[in-house]
Design a protein around this ligand. Sequence first.
Ligand code: 13P
Length: 254
Amino acid sequence: MRRPLVAGNWKMNLDRAGAVALARAIAERAGSLPDVDLLVCPPHVYLDAVGQALAGSRVALGAQNMYHEASGAFTGETSAAMLLDLGCRYVILGHSERRHILGETDQMVEVKVVAALAAGLTPIVCVGELLSERQAGQTANVIRRQIEGSLAGLTAADVERIVLAYEPVWAIGTGQVATPQQAEQVHLDLRTILAQRYNAQAAGRVRIQYGGSVKPANAGELLAQPDIDGALVGGASLKAEDFLGIAAAAEAVR
Ligand code: 13P
């Protein structure tokens, strides 16, 4: 049985006081959601403060990105060890905003995934198609290419230790959520690709989150799908009430 993981990707939002207040509000009520793993991913500069606000709670801390090298002359970058030092357990890698705005390639994502695993962080590896790719009937091909590239160096045992996030680019920040059927189909496709490349056990064990305009009102029917194991939440994760409402929906459908 895969435990749902509901994660907030705060992106480049909030200030220090707002980040700490949001973390506290989520941590206070996390105890009432024992069957869902909860995670927040603040901006790097607030990781330390948010980590302190979460101390003693069951809400995990994650980062939104990292660099693959261990240390050295890489101005502006952050290593896996630094994230671990601040208490991070997860790191989002290959988010569509990094792929499409900052030019990250599958190859760049892949070296980060390998480095995160080697350091003991759980990578949340994001994949997803553009609207034009969906309209051209290319969704399955795009997902396959991203998986093959982003996970190129991984073994089946490695794959069991990652989390995948399916985030259709056209659904991110647009209010245009994928239907439960659209999302479930891609999650099934992802498991099929993993079963072919690795084995059935790895494909069955890996948690696959859905992301893209998830709100409390639509979370229930998405999370009720058999292959959707949680949500990666952007906008709605900035309000404790909404984020906890999504987590409650994950708990309710178990
Ligand atoms: P929204 O929930 O704002 O659509 O963002 C989704 C996302 O990109 C999470 O990583």
